[in-house]
Structures are given as structure tokens and as C-alpha cells.
Design a protein around this ligand. Sequence first.
Ligand code: NDP
Ligand code: 8X3
Length: 251
Amino acid sequence: MIILVTGATAGFGRAIALELAAAGHTVIASGRRRSRLDQLAAEAADAAGTLVTRALDVTRSLAVGETIAEIERNVGPIDILVNNAGLALGLAPAQSVELDDWENMVDTNIKGLLYCTHAVLPGMVRRDRGYIINLGSVAGNYPYPGSHVYGASKAFIHQFSRNLRADLLGTRIRVTCLEPGLCGGTEFSLTRFKGDADKAEAVYRGTKPLTAEDIAQLVAYLIGLPAHINVNQMELMPTCQAFGPFAVSRT
Ligand code: NDP
Ligand code: 8X3
């Protein structure tokens, strides 16, 4: 199958691209950092499948449309889109964040995912074949301090995924929102804390978080399910993570 993975230069996307190329698929790994894409291609050189790369910033709607059209011309019709590119910026309360950070999260997590989906959907419907896997998060299902726009962007992805299913009823196109909790070993927290490696490392200290490879295995599992099964959403956490009590402010 031909699979486009966004945000494949690090973390989940990278692991998903490697896992699926190893399983024999044709993977188009995309992201903004060209040097990382080159490293990935070299790493997958001996894979059972094929891994090709495309430099792509998902916030650029024109470039997304052109790149996806070019991929479909030169590599083939995209069977599976893994909308993985995304980021959290900051953990400060809503009242003290930079507006730029909110805009960046909306542009990447929401609009970027929409641009990619919009570009692949007509072809998938025409072929009556396709699977869209969106990276949501537990942050879209439960509030926590400092999550504001990040969590809201993931709630958007959760509901957008379900609404896609409503529109795609009667086609053979599947849609899943994959919603992980605490996951270590990626650049997620480094990005959230704007390069502060100590802060990023402290998030995972003393925990056994999920790993990018766990997520890649789940994606491979979803792809391998019989065509009549659609997993609408899949929420997971590491065993060391659970829920907190409601917070109450007392005078
Ligand atoms: P990483 O920071 O490790 O990777 C993020 C990827 O997104 C990078 O490859 C980055 O590539 C890419 N990216 C960011 N902005 C853009 C853009 N404008 N255009 C194209 N690519 C972009 O994060 P994770 O692997 O941890 O996270 C992947 C996804 O999973 C995200 O959507 C995240 O919200 C979600 N998630 C993460 C969890 C976690 O705990 N780690 C838990 C739940 C969900 P580049 O900079 O080269 O463009
Ligand atoms: C990433 C998980 O808990 O940091 O989506 O929001 S969390």
C-alpha cells in the first residue's frame, strides 16, 4: 500500500514510517527538515518496502495540494494518510501565552491536518479505497492546566474524525483517531518547552511512558485489520498514567 506520513522527521512519524516500510509498504515520509528526511531514507534503504521522502510544511495549503498531486502522479494513489504532524507550544496558563503559539498550533494541528485530508479525500472516494489515521491525544478528551489550545486542537481532530466517518458512510474509506497519552522518546516536550532539555526530560522522569515504537505498532495493527472493521477512536495511556481529581479553589 502507498502511505503518506506527515511529521516523519521525528517521534511517532519517524517510527511509523520505518515500521510500515519494514512491513513492505511504500511510504512517503514527509516533514520540514530535509536532513532528517535524508537520514530516514538511508535508514530504510534495506527495508522490505520502499521509503521515499518529500519536504513538506503542512501549514502551506498550496504546497500540500501540489505535493500530494505530485506524489499521486509519480508514486501512485495514496491508500493511507497518517496525519501525524503536530505540536504543543508552552504549558503556561492561557492568560499568559504568546498569541503566535496559539496560531502555530491551530495552523499545524488543525489547518495542516485539514489541508492534507482535503487533498487526498476526493481521490480516495473516487477509488472507493482509503484509510485516514489522525493523531489525536488524550489532551483532546480531558482538560489539564496549560493545555488550552493544544487540547482543543486535539478535540477538533477527535470530532473531525468522527464527522468524516459520517460523510464517508457508504464508501470503503476508514477513519481512526488515535489518542495516546504520555509518550516519551520523541521531541514533543522539547518542542513544547522550546528547546529546554531539562524541562522536557523532567516530564518523563520516573515513568515508563509509551514509546514511538508502541504507536507505530498500533498503526500497523490498525492497517492490518480486515476492511470491514473501522476503529473510530483508540485512546491509550501508559500504565503509569491515570486521571486526577477535580480541582477546587478554596478561600
Ligand atoms: P515530535 O515533536 O517528536 O514530532 C513532531 C513531528 O511533526 C516532527 O516530525 C515535525 O517535523 C513535524 N511537524 C511539526 N510542524 C510541522 C509542519 N508545520 N509541517 C510538517 N511537519 C511538521 O512529536 P511526537 O512524535 O511526539 O508527536 C507526533 C504527533 O502525536 C503530534 O500530532 C502530537 O500532538 C501527537 N501526540 C504526541 C504525544 C506525546 O506524548 N509525544 C501524545 C499524544 C499525541 P519538522 O519539524 O521536521 O517539520
Ligand atoms: C500529548 C500528551 O498529555 O502531554 O498529546 O497532552 S499530553
